[in-house]
Every structure is written in C-alpha cells, then in structure tokens.
Design a protein around this ligand. Structure first.
Ligand code: FAD
Length: 516
C-alpha cells in the first residue's frame, strides 16, 4: 500500500512540476526494479535542490533524485543504468557545495548521499595501521571531527569549512593550512569502498585494486561512488595558538610563509590572505580580529592599497601549556612582518577548525550566503608567484576592485602529494607550489558577469605571460582539449581508467569531462 502511495505521489508531483516526463528521457523508469523505483523522487523540492549548488552559476535539471537507504541500493541503481539499452547519467551529491554544477545530472538521476544509512563513523586501531576511522562517503567532516574527538583523536588534514562531505572532498583533494605538513585529505586515506560505473562494489587501497584507489582520489567522481573511506587519525590537540602577522611587501610575506613550512617541529597550519579596502581583514572565512585591531589593519591596507596577512597556528595540549609561548617565539624568530602588526589568539581546537561555521550562520541570517559564487581556485608554481602578485593581485584584483573576496594565498610542499592519484597540481618540478583562492560572491547578475569576465581575463593573462596555472575544483565546459591540457601527462591514464571503471560514462556528468 505504501509503495503504491509513493508512486502515485511521485506521478502527481511530475504533473505539478511540469518536468520533462520520464518516458521522454533516457531514464526508463518502468524498467527499474521496484525497490529502486520507490526511492526515486520527482517532487519539486527534491528536483530544485538537486539542480542547484553553492555556486548558483549553473542549473541542470535531473529527471529524478534517488534517496538510497543502503550501499546496495546505489549499486542496483548504477547496474540498472549500466545494463540498460539506454543508460542514464548518475551523479552522487555530497552536499552540493560545488560551484559549477559538478554534482548535477541533466536528465539523469542525482543520488542524495545524505539519505544513506551506511557505516557511520567508526574509530578503530590496528597494530599495522595505528588509529584510523571508517567513515561513510556521505558523512560530513564536522561529524567526523566530533566523533573522533570523543576518543581523543582527529584526522590530520582538513578543509577550511567542515560542512562538506567526505566523498565530495576526496573526489577533489581537500586542502587547507595543514596540507603543507600532512598533504591534502586524499594523502591520508588508507582504504575505500567504491561502487564503480558498472555497479560493482570494490574495496581498494594502495595494495588492493590500487589502480581504482589512485584513480578515485582526486578523480572528480568519474570512476565510482565512494561509500566508505578509511582515514588516518592522530592524537587530537585540545587548544591552538592562532596568530596573524601583516606584511606590506609580498616577497617578504611569501619568503616567511616558505620558511615556516620548511621548519621541523614548526607550525601546525599556515595560510595567508589579501587585505584591501574592499576586502577587509575580517570576512566569512574567519572574523579573527577584534574591532580595534581590525580598524588598525584596515587603515594600513587603505594606506598601502594592499597588505598580506600571514596566518599561523600551533596546536598544543595540557602538556604544552608551559612551553607553547616559547615555542611560538622560537618559530617566529627572523620573520619580517610589519612591526606592531602581530595579533594572537588562544582558542579550542574545535573552535579553530570550525571557524567558518559561525560566519556562515551570520551571512545566512542576512541572506548573503545563498548568492552567486564564481570562485576561481588555482595552483601556481612557486617561481611565478611574485609575477602573479603583480599582474593579478595588484593589477587586476586590487585595481579593478570588483569583489570583496576573500582572497587566499598559501604554499604547499609538493612531496606531500602522491603523483599516482588523479588530482592535478603544478607541473613545474619545484619543491613548493602555491594555492590561490579567489572566493568571490556576487549578489546580482551584473556583478556575476563582471567577475566571471575577470576570472576569464586572469586565466587568459596567465596563459599569455607563461604562468603555468592548474585549476583546483576545475571548471571547464567548452572542449575536451581544455581537460586534456588540465590533466597534462595524466590524461591518457585518466581516460583509460574511465574506460575500465565507467565505460558507459554514467558517473558525475556535471564535471563535463566526457560529456558536454
Ligand atoms: P558535491 O559538490 O556534492 O560533489 C562534488 C563532486 O564529487 C561531484 O562531481 C559529485 O558527483 C562527486 N561526489 C560527491 N560525493 C561523492 C562520493 N561519495 N563518491 C564519489 N563522488 C562523489 N575545498 C577544499 O579543498 N578546501 C577548502 O577549504 C574548501 N572550503 C570550502 C568552503 C565552502 C564554503 C565551500 C562551499 C566549499 C569549499 N571547498 C573547499 C570545496 C569543496 O571541497 C567542494 O565543494 C567539494 O566538492 C565538497 O563538497 P560536497 O561534499 O558538497 O560535494
């Protein structure tokens, strides 16, 4: 009775929403097994959510949204498509925090990962692996943090914002200020369960089905849906010393950043950002400064036009209370920030890691979170970063003054990335490369157009003056050649893996790598 009711309510919602009727699409709804069909939703709310994301730049309407209860449900759905004479596209949706429709599936099925009742978050220890946790691909990093902390443990590598899904960040890389030390999140995964584009359930690691393991990490959802990841844990600190130093000279700022990430027993986290008239010291990424300090820094920024904030964190716990300040002094010896412009805070580990959430809630309450986000994230060779500062930060971002950002810039150590994984970083053979995040927000279509044009101009300029950038969270949607250039030497392997694990090109079509 419930099943019939559900199907009727779905059919009613189709007529209400005036969606493309399923019979005219490649989704042969009638031929799906009943246990799959009853978990497909076509109501307005489900379709609307699945056809939008954080970017608000793209809208792709799926035929249906799938709410799996179990991992087998996902496997059955993919198998139904794979064995069908007209396969339909399928995209896993973590939380839709992509900015360019990457988790969408036009005329296909979006799998709403959050409805999965899966492995949850289980903390374990083994002789050979030490502490680790088994985590469902649908889980949010904030929940991983909360659960592991109950055991006095935590993952080592994070993103700035924790309301992202494990499967979503592992499909990209997962970077933040800890990446210079521990590598991105993908460098801290021991094993995964994946459902391939053929619907096969496979467990993979460096020693088991390693080709799939390396392919999926940073693989933009192209080879399978991650349903479990085994993540490295370490003893968690309880508190952090959180410091910001201001520089009016970019070369000195980057020299000090590079020095800090080269230290043994140095910081736990290093990032950096630009401060300008339109992009003040406090922003949604963290309102670190007191009212008084912010006014002082903003004044300097308006006098100089642009200043740079170096952000450093050192973790500690009850055993380090006596020595942490000395450690900081030792670490900061020889740094050349502007005299009188060092600011310190002491907060809990959780408050630091979850710093973006409170700012998100403030923006949400003002209706400023749900706006367009034409973000541009880049990896830049170390040898080009000074040129990038002059030609892009100063000559374009500062002078054109079009957005409040925030604008991030910080270095990472290349050796912490595993070349065998699908993720793409700077191809230059240098020990360090930089990540730049132009995290724009636009409240209206005119601003959006202006910023998108600026992004295009930056990419064209880099090409013209020989700055070999790579996009992080890449957005290419015009030609396959753009993707071939993006992956460079990794392209043929990427294509081979696609043919092996998703030969009918079913998965994550919103990335627009194999289907335009
Ligand atoms: P979605 O957007 O839902 O999906 C992303 C892609 O992964 C899609 O192609 C989707 O089909 C695929 N996918 C989703 N789940 C799975 C799965 N289980 N298996 C296989 N494929 C899957 N990134 C950083 O690295 N560092 C940051 O500091 C950072 N900060 C951010 C702050 C904010 C406010 C936002 C909105 C994003 C930030 N991001 C950051 C980007 C973030 O990593 C990406 O948006 C990422 O895609 C995670 O979002 P999601 O879990 O919602 O994934």
């Amino acid at each position: 009775y419930m099943i019939i009711l559900h199907i009727i309510s779905n059919l009613v919602s189709i007529t209400r929403t005036k969606l493309t009727p399923w019979k005219n699409t490649s989704l042969q709804y009638k031929t799906l097994p009943l246990e799959i069909a009853t978990k497909l939703f076509l109501d307005t709310t489900s379709i609307k959510t699945a056809s939008s994301d954080f970017g608000k730049l793209v809208q792709e309407i799926p035929t249906a949204v799938f709410h799996p209860s179990t991992v087998s449900d996902i496997s059955r759905l993919i198998k139904s498509s794979y064995t069908s004479s007209s396969p339909f596209k399928i995209a896993a949706r973590g939380r839709g925090h992509s900015v360019g429709g990457q988790a969408m599936a036009k005329n296909g099925v979006v799998v709403e990962m959050s409805s999965l009742i899966n492995v949850g978050i289980k903390v374990c220890r083994s002789e050979s692996l030490g502490f680790y946790c088994d985590v469902g691909g649908e889980q949010l990093w904030i929940d991983v943090l909360r659960t592991t902390l109950e055991h006095g443990l935590a993952p080592v590598s994070w993103t700035d914002y924790l309301y992202l899904s494990v499967g979503g960040t592992l499909s990209n890389a997962g970077i933040s200020g800890q990446a210079f030390l521990h590598g991105p999140q993908i460098s801290n995964v021991l094993e995964m369960d994946v459902i391939t584009g053929k619907g096969d359930f496979m467990t993979c690691s460096k020693s088991m089905n390693s080709d799939l393991f390396y392919g999926v990490l940073g693989g933009l959802g192209q080879f399978g849906i991650i349903t479990r990841a085994r993540i490295v844990l370490q003893k968690a600190p309880t508190r952090v010393k959180w410091v910001r130093m201001i520089y009016d000279d970019f070369a000195t700022f980057t020299k000090d950043q590079e020095h800090l990430i080269s230290l043994n027993h140095g910081p736990s986290y290093v990032e950096g950002s630009l401060i300008m008239k339109k992009s003040p010291a406090n922003n949604w990424r963290s309102s670190f400064f007191s009212v008084h300090d912010e006014a002082k820094v903003n004044l300097l920024a308006s006098e100089c036009g642009i200043v740079y904030s170096l952000e450093v964190v050192k973790y500690y716990d009850e055993f380090g209370i006596q020595t942490i300040d000395e450690e900081l002094d030792e670490m900061f010896k020889g740094l050349n920030f502007k005299s009188g412009f060092i600011f310190k805070k002491d907060v809990t580990f959780v408050d630091f890691l979850n710093r973006v959430r409170s700012e998100e809630l403030k923006l949400q309450s003002k209706g400023l979170w749900d706006v367009h986000h034409p973000w541009l994230n880049l990896f830049i060779p170390k040898s080009s970063i000074l040129k990038f500062n002059q030609r892009v930060f100063v000559d374009i971002i500062q002078k054109e003054n079009k957005s409040a950002g925030p604008f991030l810039v910080y270095p990472m150590n290349r050796k912490r990335w595993d070349y065998r994984m699908s993720s793409v970083i700077s191809e230059e053979d240098e020990d360090v490369f930089y990540t730049v995040g132009l995290l724009h927000a636009a409240r209206n279509v005119e601003d959006l157009k202006m910023i998108e044009n600026q992004n295009k101009k930056i990419l064209e300029l880099c090409d013209e003056i020989g700055i070999k950038i790579k996009q992080y969270l890449p957005r290419y949607n015009e030609t396959k050649e753009e993707w071939m250039k993006h992956f460079g030497a990794k392209w043929s392997l990427f294509e081979e893996r696609k043919a092996k694990y998703d030969p009918k090109m079913i998965l994550s079509p919103g990335q627009k790598i194999f289907n335009f």
